[in-house]
Design a protein around this ligand. Structure first.
Ligand code: PMP
Ligand code: GLN
Length: 392
């Protein structure tokens, strides 16, 4: 969005999906699954809509979320991570993680302040920071491991810094931040009096060969004084269109986020919230099955990209691999993705569009990475890799 002209450019994800449809390309661009979430959750939502006796009905639910869902989120966090949350004051339901991110940035980043994040980063971090009147500063994650450089993060802090945006497990690199990395970030945030928003939408999608298990920010001692955590049922249950997310943390921080959220959407659909509450209470084996399928998809994609002469990274979690294209071409990621969708018939995302600014040096790694999604049916991935093998 260009504030000066008022012109809206669709997001890179939407543009990529539109290009995939236009060129009949296989869509490894936008991160949504091409299969449905658990059937019983679909049935629970459908029954809640058509039979109001069975669920919360179809009128406005409470703005901060259905009590049943807030309780289910608190119970789930307690059971899995030992995080104690009061569902009435420390859990806020949002319209997807997207709204949770927007409300958190607007709550904690005052106009004129500076917001830090590791880049590449999720696209809305930059747009919403601009809407808040603040400035996003990116600290690069570098290949081949894409580990966060905590010294570089600290060096980027100034007296104007209000907020650090973390994302672990990370989109697009799949990096799972280690306990020690998170501990150091929390320590420096406390020392510099900076808040943390930690986006954990991929927390249920960590592979068994990750260097360390995922660690939610609120399990780090002292984090609760500065941090809010974000989750998304869309990712946990392969139901990205349902847009049910949440914010958790200490009551005074969550309350600040609620103050903004109540004027963004006020509330979101009760039937979806109801069905997500049942899924969180008992996933009926879905998480394990889903993560195994994703990991197998990752391996298929990795092998195909490597065979095509790209240098894929080892994703520890999530939906995506990033591949360095410099071994194959020097045309840059944007041009490569254009060629890929038009001539090869595969859609992917140029990673430079997920950075704070296009860097001057065309050889910079962040201008030569391409993101491929593996949250697709294995046949889709195999067909896409066949096209790369034949046409690249
Ligand atoms: N954060 C990250 C890192 C994401 O990748 C996404 C979506 N892919 C979101 C937030 C948005 O989540 P939701 O669809 O629940 O709004
Ligand atoms: N989160 C998805 C991705 O990273 C896209 C969501 C969207 O299109 N806003 O691909």
């Amino acid at each position: 969005y260009d504030f000066a002209s008022g012109r809206v450019t669709p997001t890179i994800y939407e543009r990529t999906t539109a290009a995939a449809l236009r060129h009949e390309a296989l869509n490894l661009g936008q991160g949504f699954t091409d299969h449905e979430g658990p059937q019983w959750m679909l049935e629970t939502a459908a029954a809640a809509i058509t039979d109001p006796q069975q669920g919360p009905g179809n009128q406005y639910p409470p703005g901060p979320g259905l009590p049943a869902l807030r309780e289910a989120i608190a119970a789930d966090q307690q059971r899995r991570w030992g995080i104690e949350l009061d569902p009435t004051s420390e859990v806020l339901v949002t319209t997807g993680a997207t709204e949770a991110i927007t409300a958190s940035i607007l709550a904690f980043a005052a106009p004129g302040t500076q917001v830090l994040t590791f880049e590449p980063h999720y696209d809305s971090y930059g747009a919403v920071t601009a809407i808040a009147g603040a400035e996003l500063v990116g600290v690069p994650l570098r290949g081949p491991d894409f580990r966060p450089d905590i010294d570089a993060l600290e060096a980027a802090i100034t007296e104007r810094t209000s907020l650090i945006l973390l994302n672990t497990p990370h989109n697009p690199t799949g990096t799972v931040f280690s306990t020690e990395e998170l501990r150091r970030i929390v320590e420096l945030a406390r020392r510099h009096d900076v808040k943390i928003m930690c986006d954990g939408v991929y927390e249920q999608l960590v592979f068994d060969d990750a260097a360390e298990p995922h660690r939610p920010i609120l399990t780090i001692p002292g984090a609760d004084e500065v941090a809010v955590a974000i989750g998304s049922a869309g990712k946990s249950f392969s139901l990205t269109g349902w847009k049910v997310g949440w914010v958790t943390g200490r009551a005074e921080l969550v309350n600040q986020v609620l103050g903004i959220k109540q004027f963004l959407s006020f509330c979101s659909g009760p039937a979806y919230q109801w069905a997500v509450a049942t899924g969180l209470a008992d996933d009926r084996g879905f998480y394990a099955e889903n993560v195994a399928g994703l990991q197998a998809g990752r391996d298929l994609l990795y092998a195909g990209l490597e065979a095509a002469g790209l240098r894929p990274n080892h994703a520890e979690a999530g939906y995506f691999i990033v591949a360095d294209i410099r071994g194959l071409t020097d045309i840059g990621d944007v041009e490569f993705c254009r060629m890929l969708v038009e001539e090869v018939g595969v859609a992917a995302i140029p990673v430079s569009s997920l950075t704070v600014q296009h860097r001057a040096n065309p050889q910079d790694e962040l201008q030569n990475l391409v993101r491929f999604a593996f949250c697709k049916r294995h046949e889709t991935i195999e067909a896409a890799m066949d096209r790369l093998a034949q046409r690249l």
